[in-house]
Design a protein. Structure first.
Length: 256
């Protein structure tokens, strides 16, 4: 995949606008090329007799003979970074045996710039670059030292109290990679205070859970029952541990 996407990143050819994708965003040539690679491999699986459906940010839902399992695909998560030539974007894939977040069986996020992979299998743990995820302990258990924030500018206002209680902030521009790094303790907490698509979170939320992390919306409500569709949206607060999650939720007046 990286050999398809990286040569287009930051180029006029990669930024060439095409149609509006199923997710509502403008599809660029970079998105189209990445999705073509993914669907080529999925079609090969179908040709070998596998039956499943696919939900893609660009193409929408397609059936390959069965409603489930369902493959969620975001061919380029962080596509604005890729469009601008900023070297942080990845591919997100999740496999579900039902319609909701809790039905995720397998999650995979790959940084298409570095090649680093994040994977998880339900009830079998999470792995980073092929090894079990090692979670960094917090520097200060009573404080959010490093906060990851979703990239919508309104997030700075909506998460103001959390921002003010944090020592440093990072905005990566890739939801999937931000949550994955939170799973490993790279962030003490990650927050999307403005409702974002559940679709974009699904693989990384499984990685977070299997690494021992915790996630909820900003009210402290579980995300498990949310439908994995292109339309479903939610706020998000996640952290590598229950303690750090509870600390982040305090800024919103909520408890786990």
């Amino acid at each position: 995949m990286s050999e398809t996407v990286k040569p287009l990143a930051g180029t006029e050819a990669g930024r060439a606008p095409l149609t509006v994708g199923a997710g509502g965003d403008r599809t660029m040539e970079l998105d189209r090329a990445a999705e073509a690679v993914v669907f080529g491999r999925l079609q090969a699986a179908a040709d070998d007799g596998e039956k499943f459906s696919v939900l893609s940010e660009e193409a929408g839902r397609r059936s390959f003979g069965a409603d489930y399992p369902l493959v969620l695909v975001d061919p380029v998560d962080g596509s604005l970074n890729a469009k601008q030539g900023l070297p942080l974007f990845g591919i997100m894939l999740a496999l579900l045996d039902g319609p909701n977040v809790a039905d995720a069986v397998v999650g995979c996020v790959v940084n298409l710039v570095t090649g680093e992979s994040w994977t998880a299998i339900r009830k079998q743990g999470a792995r980073r670059a092929g090894r079990p995820v090692e979670v960094q302990p917090p520097q200060d258990r009573g404080r959010i030292e490093l906060l990851g924030l979703e990239s919508n500018p309104r997030s700075l206002v909506a998460a103001r109290q959390l921002v003010e209680r944090s020592s440093k902030i990072r905005i990566l521009g890739s939801m999937a990679l931000s949550i994955a790094h939170t799973a490993a303790g790279g962030f003490d907490a990650f927050c999307a205070p403005i409702p974002m698509r559940v679709f974009d979170m699904t693989a990384s939320l499984l990685i977070l859970r299997e690494a021992g992390g915790v996630a909820s919306d900003v009210r402290g409500q579980s995300l498990d029952g949310l439908a994995c569709t292109l339309e479903a949206r939610t706020t998000l607060v996640c952290a590598p541990s229950e303690e750090q999650h509870a600390l982040a939720l305090k800024s919103f007046g909520a408890t786990p």
